[in-house]
Structures are given as structure tokens and as C-alpha cells.
Design a binder for this molecule. Structure first.
Ligand code: MN
Length: 363
């Protein structure tokens, strides 16, 4: 365990005051929402007031953007917390923000740039499980659980522990935190079926990501619903249901017809799936399909105007999805990254066939 880094986190927390104007930038998948909500609760308990400005970026915008920087500056933010975002992919913009605010990054993606290597005290604190010396596979030590564990060093969050659970299930990390999640399921008299996506928290995770697929601009509402909910069923029975219904129908169609609609390359253990859906269902669908085909590399693509959006999955981790997408995109117009079992990205339409050819050569 990296005791030093833990104590630097403790310093950050002790340094938070009522005068601070705190912004949170969270990712918009279930893990991003849940880790953000847990953080909001923690701040509220710490200083009697939660996050001042809750902000998120567009889907696919992994590093912090110039627009986000402007928002933070205009609102006179003094502390910035990001959850579940690999903002170290572009360290320069984080440095720019650190000119006027302290930055705390809570994340579990690959380490791209380690801000902690600087002489302490510095203004950017990078908390990732692999730097903290955790023995848990970083892709499974999802941000919701990490944020819960970190903030619990300073505040009692037990009554909202359930709010970390959809993030855990959504990031396919149920097996790593089974006791933690099962305890919460029991509290709310839920069942523990074999497929974690069928338990109450898996259903909330699905509701969150289906809403993201439907329209990412609804994520502010999702955040608020989860934050104010006193029990899981309030989220499940919320107004989000209507979006989920539309998306579920599309996902079911593509999941059911995968053999007919996708390209199978059994020799390369590869499934290539180009979707024609009007909604952004690819990452949801690939998570579902990757559990059905854990020993195949699954690449799901969707037309997004000038870009083709990409989603890569491989649950047995025999091929590293983050490396695969990063290498296949080298020199092409596009960007990508993520975890070993799950990665994403995008490539311009004109480079798409080159990208596909490279994938076929690399596998
Ligand atoms: Mn995550």
C-alpha cells in the first residue's frame, strides 16, 4: 500500500473548507455517475454542503476540454474533482486548471501520466488503484468502489453504499466485490440471480446507460435522481424508465440477430459488428455480447457523422483492448483507450477501412 499517497489524499480532504467552490467532473457511464454521486454525498457530510458545480462532458470526450476549463474558470472554482475519467491522457490541460484550482483525480483507467511523481506539495493528486498499491485488478477496482473507500476514510457513507453498486455491476466488477454488493442487495430485500445485470443494481446500471444511449444530455437528471433517492427502487421506478424502454428494444434486436448481422472471424477469434441504430447503443450492446462471447474480441462500430465510434471488448483478457485500439489507430485520425477488457474510441470515416485492416492483421 502506498501510505504516502493515502496521506496526501487525507491532506486534500482536510484542506477542504466551506469557502471552497468545488466542481465535479464525472464520466457519464454508470461507474462515472455512481462515483460522482458518492463523492457528492461525501462532500455534503464533510462540510455541510455538497459539490457546487456538477459538470460532465460529451460522450467520447475523455480528456478535459477547453470548454470545461472555461466553465471552471468562470465559476471561480477552487477545487476540482474528477471521477472515472482518464484525464491524465492530456496532462497539459490539467496543468492549466491547476493554475487556479487544486485537482483530485479518482480513476481506475491505465496510468498515462503520473502527476504524483512531482515534489510534494503539488496541486494535482492522482488516485488510481495501481498507484495506491491495490492487489485488485485496476479495471475491476472501479471508481465507484474506489471513491467509496477513499471518502469512507473521513465520513460514514454506509447508508449510501448501495449507490456505488450500479457502478460496480456496470463495470463488470461484481465478481470482485460480491460480498459488498450482496450485502446491499440483502438490505433492500433483492435477489442475487446468476447474471448480476438481473439484480437491482444491475438493473439500475442498465437504466443509467440506456438513458445515456438515448440522450446524454439527460445525465444531469440521472445524477440528481440517484443523489436524492433514498432506496434503489426509487431509481428503478423513476421517469428514466421511458428512455430505457426505447433503447432496450434496439439492443434486444441487435443482440438477437448478431449471427445474422455481424461479421464472424473464428480463426482470429473476432466479431466485427457495424450497427445502424439511431441511438448510441454500441457500448451497452458490446458489454452484453462480450459476456455471451467472453473468448472473442468483439468490436462494435457505429456511424457518428464524420467519425465512426468504436467499442472493444474481450472478457478473458487474452488480447488487451486498450493496446489494440491504440496501436490500430496510430497515425490515423482518431483517438481511443481504456481498459484491458474494455476500450473505446473513434476514427474518421476516411480512415475506418485502414483501421479495420490493421485489426485483422494484428489478431
Ligand atoms: Mn469505470
Amino acid at each position: 500500500m502506498n501510505e504516502q499517497l493515502y496521506s496526501q489524499f487525507d491532506d486534500f480532504v482536510k484542506g477542504i473548507s466551506n469557502k471552497d467552490k468545488i466542481a465535479l467532473i464525472h464520466d457519464i457511464d454508470p461507474d462515472g455517475i455512481c462515483s460522482g454521486v458518492v463523492t457528492h454525498h461525501a462532500l455534503q457530510r464533510l462540510r455541510g454542503r455538497g459539490i457546487d458545480v456538477v459538470h460532465h462532458q460529451k460522450p467520447g470526450e475523455i480528456p478535459l476540454t477547453k470548454k470545461t476549463l472555461e466553465v471552471l474558470k468562470n465559476k471561480k472554482i477552487t477545487k476540482v474533482i474528477t471521477t472515472d475519467k482518464a484525464v491524465d491522457q492530456e496532462p497539459e490541460i490539467v496543468e492549466d486548471i491547476a493554475q487556479f484550482a487544486d485537482v483530485l483525480i479518482i480513476d481506475h483507467h491505465k496510468v498515462y501520466f503520473d502527476f504524483n511523481q512531482r515534489k510534494y506539495p503539488h496541486r494535482i493528486l492522482l488516485m488510481k488503484p495501481q498507484i495506491l498499491g491495490s492487489p485488485v485488478d485496476p479495471s475491476r477496482y472501479c471508481t465507484s468502489k474506489l471513491a467509496y473507500d477513499l471518502w469512507s476514510r473521513h465520513v460514514d457513507l454506509e447508508d449510501v453504499a448501495w449507490k456505488a453498486c450500479p457502478g460496480i455491476v456496470g463495470d463488470i466488477a461484481y465478481a470482485s466485490w460480491k460480498n459488498f454488493v450482496d450485502k446491499e442487495i440483502k438490505k433492500y430485500k433483492g435477489r442475487t440471480p446468476k447474471n448480476p445485470f438481473d439484480n437491482i443494481f444491475g438493473r439500475i446500471a442498465e437504466l443509467i446507460s440506456q438513458t445515456e444511449c438515448y440522450d446524454y444530455r439527460q445525465m444531469k437528471k440521472v445524477f440528481q435522481i440517484l443523489f436524492t433517492a433514498r432506496r434503489p427502487h426509487e431509481v428503478l421506478n423513476s421517469s428514466l424508465k421511458k428512455y430505457a424502454k426505447v433503447i432496450q428494444k434496439e439492443i434486444d434486436y441487435y443482440a438477437k440477430n448478431v449471427k445474422k448481422l455481424a461479421e464472424f472471424h473464428p480463426g482470429k477469434e473476432l466479431i466485427f459488428y457495424f450497427l445502424k441504430s439511431a441511438h448510441n447503443i454500441k457500448s451497452n450492446l458490446s458489454t452484453i455480447l462480450s459476456m455471451k462471447y467472453p473468448h472473442m474480441t468483439l468490436i462494435t462500430c457505429a456511424d457518428q457523422g464524420t467519425f465512426v465510434a468504436l467499442s472493444l471488448r474481450r472478457q478473458d483478457q487474452k488480447v488487451k483492448m486498450n493496446d489494440l485500439v491504440e496501436k490500430a489507430l496510430q497515425g490515423l485520425e482518431g483517438s481511443g483507450g481504456g481498459h484491458i477488457p474494455a476500450a473505446g474510441g473513434r476514427v474518421t470515416k476516411k480512415d475506418f477501412l485502414k483501421f479495420k485492416k490493421r485489426i485483422l492483421e494484428m489478431l
